[in-house]
Design a protein around this ligand. Sequence first.
Ligand code: TMP
Ligand code: ASP
Length: 239
Amino acid sequence: MNFEKLEQLYEGKAKRVYATQDPEVVIVSYKDDATAFNGLKKGTITGKGAINNRMTNNLMRRLEEKGVPTHYIQELSDRETAVKKVAIVPLEVIIRNISAGSFSKRYGVEEGIVFEAPTIEFSYKNDDLGDPLLNDYHALALKLATAGEIELIKKYAFAVNELLKVFMKEIGIDLVDFKLEFGKTADGTIVLADEISPDTCRLWDETTHEKLDKDRFRRDLGGAEEAYEEVMRRLMGEQ
Ligand code: TMP
Ligand code: ASP
């Protein structure tokens, strides 16, 4: 299919979204811009846009094959992909397999504790409020999604975790935690949307425990570009 890039509909912190001639299809264009702490920290990770685009598409295609519906349609170029137009459900869905980040901070525990079972939490996707944590009842009260949609989102999120853990283990990476977003297509179908990349996952080398993700930028560890390239190299080498 040939998708024509028309007017910009939206600009987020890491991506721009454009209309196409098909009202049910948009084009996402990934930027090299990196932010952390709700946009307070700003920078660039050179090459990140192209890596996140290609990595997200690789993973979404494989998830789709395993029965998880996604917004993915077609990779158009290094940085651009055609996806189904969705209304994003304003929930950030976070799954954790190992303690790290805000979990460690909130509960006062070290990073690296391997959980017996994964945890799930929701944040209200609202930059003005700083993406506050909420539970199913709050999400229902705020009419962010229906009870049925929340159940489906949880089911898909845990299914993504099981698959993604395997995909990462195959390339010598422990999947520590990650954030997903879901969207609703015109006919009301819930699909996995947004991205799956080192921006949105914590990825640790299984032997050295080296951080291969955006924590290198968030925590000023250096070597963010190299870390993104390393994950990409391992992932594409497996194809
Ligand atoms: P956290 O430990 O800071 O709550 O992050 C959990 C996971 O979610 C981690 O893999 C990074 C990802 N994440 C995002 O993708 N976007 C965000 O805005 C935040 C805060 C976290
Ligand atoms: N995406 C978030 C922001 O800009 C934060 C993060 O990934 O840590 O602020």
